[in-house]
Design a protein around this ligand. Structure first.
Ligand code: NAP
Length: 336
């Protein structure tokens, strides 16, 4: 039986997820769309989901008998209300990051799902589905001994003027925050931020670059350079240093060119291209679990821990050099 999916929020990623569900993946189809901007929903319907009904609100979509599972791809501040409504309706729900814009909001989702007693929520941390990170995890677990350190970088060529210093955590580092917990099977105990000399390309309300230092419960030390006006490209780096060796995230596939006395390969410039294949894998996982009435992959708990850890990193930005402790509550049995 095909899973009937409704999409709340038909902007950039909502439309693209609707396209992949209708045109690329198997086992599901888009039956309903909703957006505060009805023109956006109509455009998505015309482009990729001709059989979908447009519903006035996200709540109507969640309640619709034509919808078995829900994709929440609206603006971040609206995620919590829709995820809670999907849990209340007992419908599997894929929620783009962030799960909620506050740790308290994410906690309400964890509590609601734990009370429901079964996994219903998958959070859109797609890097866990990236082939490169999966290969890296396999090597880290089997070949380089106990991990001791991680050196990483998240670099964007440029960001718009609305991008301010805390967004380097909430919008950018959030992906590293989740993927390193998964990669190392560990949790954070502290965060510290230090600011090098500011790039002359940074905007007035953005300190760029910054270095985030994380410590894990097992004692691994992680340094992440976040540099969002690096000019040269969109570049994600990650090297894990273990007791027996090092393992690095592979570079994206690129043609090697030898020309005019230079050896070159291109670097991506658009973040959308970097993890494009992982979105297909993550949503297929969502469909497969939703067909069984449940959810898989990154949990509400992961979304909650990411929110707590992000808040600590923002507090660390506000007190440069100070080590901010990260304390997690007990993990509910559902997420053991
Ligand atoms: P976007 O293009 O602005 O799309 C968001 C859409 O949601 C817009 O059409 C917006 O309408 C609509 N919307 C806002 N409030 C709504 C509500 N209450 N009910 C229904 N629709 C509502 O943004 P986006 O780039 O697609 O991002 C959407 C979410 O995905 C964000 O949380 C973002 O962080 C996340 N995201 C994740 C990744 C990833 O790599 N995992 C990548 C991109 C985005 P208006 O335009 O009229 O406000």
């Amino acid at each position: 039986m095909s899973v009937r999916i409704g999409v709340i929020g038909t902007g950039a990623i909502g439309r693209d997820h609707a396209r992949r569900i209708n045109q690329v993946l198997t086992g599901a189809s888009i039956t309903a769309l909703s957006d505060v901007n009805p023109e956006g929903a109509k455009a998505t319907q015309a482009a990729v989901a001709p059989d979908a009904t447009i519903l006035a609100t996200g709540e109507e979509l969640i309640a619709s008998p034509e919808v078995d599972a829900v994709l929440v791809t609206s603006w971040g501040a609206t995620h919590e209300q829709y995820v809670l409504a999907a849990i209340a309706a007992g419908k599997p729900c894929f929620c783009e990051k962030p799960l909620a814009t506050t740790a308290e909001g994410a906690r309400r989702i964890v509590d609601a799902e734990a009370t429901a007693g079964r996994r219903l929520v998958q959070v859109g941390f797609m890097r866990r589905y990236d082939a490169g990170y999966r290969m890296l995890k396999a090597v880290v677990e089997r070949e380089i001994g106990r991990p001791l350190m991680v050196h990483a970088a998240h670099r964007n060529p440029t960001v718009p003027e609305q991008y301010v210093t805390p967004m380097a955590i909430h919008d950018t580092l959030i992906h590293e925050i989740d993927v390193f917990r998964w990669l190392l099977d560990d949790d954070y105990v502290s965060a510290q931020v230090v600011f090098p000399r500011v790039s002359s390309h940074a905007h007035a309300k953005l300190k760029d670059p910054q270095v985030v230092l994380l410590e894990t419960a097992k004692g691994v030390r992680i340094d992440v350079e976040v540099f969002v006006n690096c000019r040269y490209g969109y570049d994600i780096q990650c090297t894990v240093v273990g007791e027996e060796g090092l393992a690095s995230l592979p570079e994206p596939m690129a043609i090697v060119v030898r020309k005019e006395a230079k050896l070159q390969n291109a670097i991506l410039t658009d973040w959308k291209d970097r993890f494009i294949a992982s979105y297909d894998v993550e949503l297929q996982d969502f469909i497969d679990a939703a067909a069984k009435g449940t959810a898989s992959g990154p949990t509400s708990w992961d979304g909650y821990v990411a929110a707590i850890s992000s808040d600590a990193c923002v507090a660390a930005q506000e007190a440069p050099g100070i080590i901010v402790p990260i304390t997690l509550p007990d993990r509910p049995a559902l997420y053991a």
